[in-house]
Ligand binder design. Structure first.
Ligand code: F6R
Length: 607
């Protein structure tokens, strides 16, 4: 979370920094700021709220200077206001920070007792004062920064600038990502290569514990012992995308509509459409030789993994342990040496998922990851990756990344089934054919958008919603609830339909809409029984099913969304679309900030 950028350039940098921050706004958007060295002196502009407020401030009060740092914030310590916005200054030091300084309270007490005065509630300001104290003691800026870094505990990426030195920014990484960009007589620092895409595609990623001195003429990286270290410079791929909504009102709407295309691209990477066989892609472990698969992820990616569990277990007879990464990383789960680990992350930077990966690495497991950002930390630390080809996802609520993750998981389940001798040649051909139809079904569902909009109008008047489903539609019910709450702020819960009577049924009354995801599958009749239980208590059912299901469920519903007839195997991919559209249209009716909902950020690099 939080995006940071630094430029040691040869033209005025403030507009360039703002341009880079636009590409980082997905990391946080509750305030933003830029500092430069203008005629040798530190100057800054900060603004609460979206980046556009900072742009307005800079338009009326421009900043000069050819060296500068910038920040877009997702608040951890201190409310989102201008005072807590970065960059923070302390005497001759300016600093921007992404992450959490865990020992900030103790450091703050120490510095306060020595007379250092804090002007913000942030943890970041302690770092600025720590460096300022070193400078007061006569240390050179590099040494001052290094000494201060050694005092920090927690996760951080930092960019630091010093009054009087117009040719140096110091960067440091311990956790959240930080990349150095190499230009022609200019150098850059950024939270990711996307931020630096307009300036350069030559990127060096810092590793944990690295810190770097960046000057116009080049850079030098050091480790935490102060020893110089070499890190490869690589060509960044596919980062210069247009931040453009096309004809859509929101990025989320655009990304929902991109799904037929991106699912198709993703599947083409894993399936051989010409022979209807699983493709010959490499895996970092042999599915035939493992006895368990440990999957770990957060949020929507976790729910994709949960659907994957059904597929791996059903088709490949491969037992899956799946965990929310923030739990997995601390619960000291015993891992069999015959198991392999799979992580799922759109951004590839999620702190908890990365920590889980490192835990599995320390346990000696082969590591694989489904990622959308191929140059991300999770991708780089894996033994092998399974990319999703969703393209950049800008809307904070994940949509196309989710269905692409499902597409990869479905293909992997078939790969595993084949390797483990659990499907015949004919079954493989049949399932691959089914899967390759997913983009066509997704296109058909998009045509239901207006119909779903009319259902959303109803939903926008309620405060609570339940989602129910069985089998793979159970994680989908949770995903529906997650989507609705994060962008419309309506309270929603997703349950396994069979679990309803064990508690949540107490919530059912005439006010409670219950969205039931029930294609006519092997478990349909069981779900219908659960719907009966809801109907008997006056609950208002919104049923998402296919024609057969609509015919057979003879229950009075508030509304029924009739989907195309979809083979059971791929139904979670296709049924993801109506729940996304339902959340989207509801949020639009409610007038919320669909692409940048309150309190959220796209890349969660703190735990
Ligand atoms: C919800 C959403 C989040 C992410 C989660 C993991 O719409 O987008 O729940 O799925 O923060 O993020 P990644 O996939 O980047 O690890």
């Amino acid at each position: 979370m939080c995006g940071i950028v630094g430029i040691v350039g040869h033209s005025p940098v403030a507009p360039l920094i703002v341009d880079a921050l636009k590409r980082l706004e997905y990391r946080g958007y509750d305030s933003a700021g830029v500092a430069t060295l203008d005629h040798g002196d530190l100057a800054r502009r900060r603004a609460e709220g979206k980046l556009v407020n900072l742009e307005r401030r800079l338009a009326s009060e421009p900043l000069g200077g050819t060296i500068g740092i910038g920040h877009t914030r997702w608040a951890t310590h201190g409310v989102p206001n201008e005072t807590n916005a970065h960059p923070h200054f302390a005497e001759n030091v300016a600093i921007v920070h992404n992450g959490i300084i865990e020992n900030f309270a103790e450091l703050r007490d120490e510095l306060s007792s020595e007379g250092f005065v804090f002007t913000s509630q942030t943890d970041t300001e302690v770092v600025a004062h720590l460096i300022a104290r070193e400078l007061r003691q006569g240390k050179a800026p590099q040494e001052a920064a290094f000494n201060a870094l050694k005092r920090l505990r927690g996760a951080f990426a930092l960019a630091i600038m010093f009054r009087g030195d117009e040719d140096m920014i110091i960067g440091a990484r311990n956790g959240p990502p930080l990349a150095v960009g190499h230009g022609e007589g200019e150098m850059y620092l950024g939270s990711d290569a996307i931020a630096l895409a307009p300036f350069t595609d030559s990127i060096t990623y810092l590793e944990d514990g690295d810190w770097v001195i960046v000057r116009r003429g080049g850079m030098q990286i050091f480790d935490m012992d102060g020893q110089p270290v070499e890190r490869a410079c690589q060509k960044s791929i596919g980062t210069s995308f247009l931040v453009d909504k096309g004809n859509h009102r929101h990025f989320m709407e655009k990304e929902i509509h991109e799904q037929p295309e991106v699912i198709s691209h993703t599947l083409a990477n894993y399936l051989d459409f010409s022979t209807s066989r699983v493709g010959a892609f490499e895996t970092p472990f042999d599915f035939a030789k493992i006895d368990r698969l440990a999957i770990s992820a957060c949020g929507t990616a976790y729910l994709a993994g949960l659907i994957g569990k059904y597929w791996f277990e059903r088709y490949a007879r491969l037992p899956v342990d799946i965990d929310i990464a923030s739990e997995f990383r601390y619960r000291e789960m015993p891992l069999s040496k015959e198991s392999a680990a799979l992580f799922i992350s759109q951004s590839g930077e999620t702190a908890d998922t990365l920590a889980s990966l490192r835990y599995c690495r320390s346990e000696g497991l082969p590591i694989s990851a489904i990622v959308n950002v191929r140059e991300s930390t999770i991708a780089r630390e894996s033994d092998g990756i399974f990319p999703t080809l969703a393209g950049p996802e800008i809307g904070v609520a994940s949509t196309k990344a989710f269905t692409c993750q499902l597409s990869v998981l479905a293909a992997l389940a078939l790969k595993a089934a084949k390797a483990r001798g659990r499907i015949t040649f004919e079954e493989e051909v049949d399932l691959v054919r089914q899967l390759s139809e997913a983009p066509r079904y997704a296109s058909q569902v998009l045509k239901l958008s207006e119909r779903i909009e009319s259902v959303a109008r109803e939903l926008s008047h309620v405060r609570h919603v339940l989602y129910l489903g069985r089998d793979t539609n159970y994680p989908l019910a949770m995903e529906g609830a997650l989507k609705l709450k994060e962008i419309s702020y309506i309270h929603a819960e997703g349950y396994a339909a069979g679990e309803l009577k064990h508690g949540p049924i107490a919530l059912i009354d005439e006010q409670m809409p219950v969205i039931v995801i029930a294609p006519h599958d092997h478990i349909f009749e069981k779900t219908v029984s659960n719907m009966q239980e809801v109907a008997a208590r006056g609950g208002r059912i919104i049923l998402i099913t296919d024609e057969k299901g609509a015919r057979k469920a003879t229950i009075k519903t508030l509304d029924t969304i009739v989907m195309p007839d979809v083979p059971e195997f791929l139904s979670p991919i296709v049924y993801a679309l109506p729940i996304q559209l339902l959340a989207y249209h509801t949020a639009v009716f409610m007038g919320t900030d669909v692409d940048q909902p309150r309190n959220l950020a796209k890349s969660v690099t703190v735990e």
